[in-house]
Write a protein that binds this ligand. Sequence first.
Ligand SMILES: Cc1cc2nc3c(=O)[nH]c(=O)nc-3n(C[C@H](O)[C@H](O)[C@H](O)COP(=O)(O)O)c2cc1C
Length: 216
Amino acid sequence: MAIKTIDPKTIKTSELHQILLSAVAPRPIALASTVDANGHVNLSPFSFFNVFSANPPILIFSPARRGRDNTTKHTYENVKAVSEVVINIVNHNIVEQTSLSSTEYDKGINEFEKAGFTAIPSEVVTPPRVAESPVSFECTVQDVIELGDKGGAGNLVISKVERIHIQEKYLNDKGSLDTQKLDLVARMGESWYCRASGNALFEIPKPIFNKGIRYR
Ligand SMILES: Cc1cc2nc3c(=O)[nH]c(=O)nc-3n(C[C@H](O)[C@H](O)[C@H](O)COP(=O)(O)O)c2cc1C
């Protein structure tokens, strides 16, 4: 079996970035709403994102330093100024608008308006949430961990969930979130996305009641 082995220190950051993005996929997308110190609203998507704890409920995403010029993103600057974020989940209905909201507009430009999203006031934080998103998490930012000071360095925004808003049409008859109805999307390498619906979804019962013997 031919294997290509890479020492990450020997390749360009842009090349390393693409390997990481293509291999560590599909990644869920956080559509993050934040405000700056003057209350200007910002909305941007981040696929360096996941859930890391249920008790306390912690979500983490990473607005990274830009590879091309080592500048920081408005979202990072905003959460440093005002420690709050609304993380809106992205499904297929809103993926085109989400992509549009990633345009690098000047500071102070409201991507809700540019991308055609409806802003709803939050209950416990200042940034508004996205009405069109199936699930929104109002969060307080517990910590921001800077992983480096060079282009491409991630900034972990450790976000504690304070409120959850779910559009009821995505619930099943037991009142739980319905994976089939949600139709979530995720980010892959290059400009690829994937869609969690139809044949892409399958179930594997958890092997907890019967001990597996062995695979082969
Ligand atoms: C689906 C998607 C996922 C993205 N994920 C990230 C990410 O995880 N980290 C990052 O720094 N930029 C990511 N980007 C790029 C940012 O959204 C983009 O740089 C945006 O303009 C940042 O906006 P801001 O400066 O207003 O915070 C992503 C873009 C898209 C479309």
